[in-house]
Ligand binder design. Structure first.
Ligand code: FAD
Length: 458
């Protein structure tokens, strides 16, 4: 980037220490976990921003965006950079807008809504919430590192979703404040349904500067691991607990063998050859759960009170998309898909997948509530990668047998499975970022007004 732009950005926010052009830092803050996907690794290796800017508040975000708009500089928002699809990797250079210093929890309102800046870490919000008798409704397994803004911008759900659905459901996100990318950037408050303009839009249509997030009353949790001889018996129990309205649960995860063999720090809880279920269950129901597991033929290999995120073991560290990480550590050829099964035919769908792909497609199931309030079996299967064609064959076959796939091997909002059919994210981009400078290249149905980029295409 021409040094005149770096000087201009320094003048714009009046603090040169928060405009960073050191190449190592710029490189580090241009990457996320895109390398989870062998397909994206090929596409995104070497894509970098050119300068990092770290605003402290919405007014500074406005100053940066005003400067970038007038100089046609691309801007890619970044929280903690734990996204999996190259969401925060700049495709056209320019500014990496690092929101990690906007990390203030402003209030935990008595009606159970947290108000915070985007750079607050989810773990911090969970801990603060619990002090007020509240906790997050749902969170990714990256809770300790990931930011609230990044979760809204690029995540979907996780631990807690079995009871509360994913982020976009049940008005969990009450309101979002965004700064627009216009000649005069505005601060816009989006409430109610309007939050869907911004949710999971990968920072392509506004910079989130404040969030109103609904929490839920805190529960005294326990963690349990149950081992089964067969996947079928484990799945039956997990389904019973997940859909049973009487059970208070935060996590119900099933891993078929050999997935538990990848969890090296907790191998003592994973007997050879067994399927495991991981539960987070209300402590008041732990004894009842253990009894139900034994009746179903399971063996309890771990059970204990959950003291919070400092729990050892912390079972969530092995669930949701952490499972894939453990698999990749064991063998780099493993990757993943994100699937939604039909609750009425899930066993038949799994049978067909096993028949067609054998051990190339390993079952890692996660239960979650859908927007209509039904708990459904989702999955983040661990798949053995050989070629892109074979991976696409798996995706096509899933579609053929009625299994929904949110494809994690594409680098655009529309391709990933959380793009809305009513196009509200695109319509918002047309209004808030008409030049197409926010995270360019990630919303492929958008066509910008012509611009001469101040930054070079990489
Ligand atoms: P980033 O990666 O920094 O950003 C994500 C997207 O949001 C980017 O497009 C970025 O441009 C945009 N963005 C960031 N901040 C803003 C802002 N202020 N305004 C506008 N746009 C913004 N995800 C889940 O949903 N559930 C899981 O269980 C889960 N498990 C994971 C496990 C592992 C091991 C890994 C590596 C990833 C996992 N993820 C999961 C993905 C990711 O961790 C989460 O989505 C997380 O919430 C992203 O937060 P972040 O701060 O790292 O966001």
């Amino acid at each position: 980037m021409d040094s005149k732009y770096i000087s201009g950005l320094r003048i714009a926010i009046g603090d040169s220490s928060r405009v960073i052009s050191n190449p190592q830092i710029v490189e580090q803050l241009s990457r996320d976990f895109y390398w989870y996907s062998p397909v994206l690794r090929k596409q995104l290796d070497g894509k970098l921003g050119e300068v990092v800017v770290q605003p402290l508040d919405a007014a500074e975000v406005q100053k940066v965006l005003r400067y970038c708009h007038s100089n046609n500089l691309p801007v890619t928002a970044r929280g903690a950079g734990t996204g999996n699809y190259g969401q925060a990797v700049p495709l056209e250079g320019g500014v990496v807008l690092d929101l990690s210093r906007m990390d203030r929890i402003e209030a935990i309102q008595p009606q159970g809504v947290a108000v915070c800046q985007p750079g607050v870490r989810l773990g911090e919000l969970e801990n603060e919430g619990r002090k007020a008798g509240l906790e997050l409704r749902c969170y990714p397994s990256t809770i300790i590192k990931a930011s609230v803004g990044g979760f809204l911008g690029g995540g979907s759900g996780g631990i807690g979703s079995v009871a509360h659905g994913i982020l976009r459901d049940f008005q969990t996100v009450r309101a979002i404040e965004v700064v627009t990318m216009e000649a005069e950037p505005r601060i816009v408050l989006l409430e109610g349904e309007a939050v869907h303009e911004i949710l999971h839009a990968w920072g392509t249509n506004g910079i989130i500067t404040r969030i109103w997030l609904a929490l839920t009353p805190a529960v005294d949790w326990s963690q349990c691991i149950v081992a089964f001889d067969t996947f079928g018996a484990a799945f039956d129990l997990s389904e019973k607990i997940a859909i049973g309205p009487g059970w208070t649960k935060r996590l119900v995860t099933v891993f078929e063998w050999p997935i538990p063999s990848f969890f090296t720090p907790i191998r003592q809880y994973a007997p050879e050859g067994k399927t495991l279920i991981f539960f987070m269950i209300a402590s008041s129901q732990r004894a009842e759960l253990e009894a139900a597991a034994q009746v179903a033929g399971g063996t309890i290999t771990h059970s204990g009170i959950y003291p919070g995120l400092n729990a050892r073991p912390l079972l969530s560290d092995y669930t949701w998309n952490h499972t894939t990480l453990w698999a990749m550590r064991s063998d780099e050829a493993y990757t993943y898909l994100q699937c939604g099964f039909n609750p009425d035919t899930v066993r038949e769908q799994m049978r067909q997948l096993r028949e067609r792909f054998g051990q190339e497609f390993l079952f890692h199931m996660e239960f979650m509530k859908n927007g209509e309030g039904r708990v459904i079996p989702g999955a983040i299967p661990v798949v053995y990668y050989t070629t892109e064609e074979r991976l696409n064959e798996m995706i096509d076959f899933c579609h053929e047998i009625g299994v929904f796939v949110a494809n994690p091997h594409v680098n655009n909002v529309e391709g990933g499975g959380r793009y809305r059919d009513d196009n509200v994210q695109l319509l918002a981009k047309q209004r808030y970022d008409p030049k197409g400078l926010l995270n360019p290249g990630k919303m492929i149905t958008f066509h910008s007004e012509s611009r001469t980029a101040g930054a070079t295409k990489k």
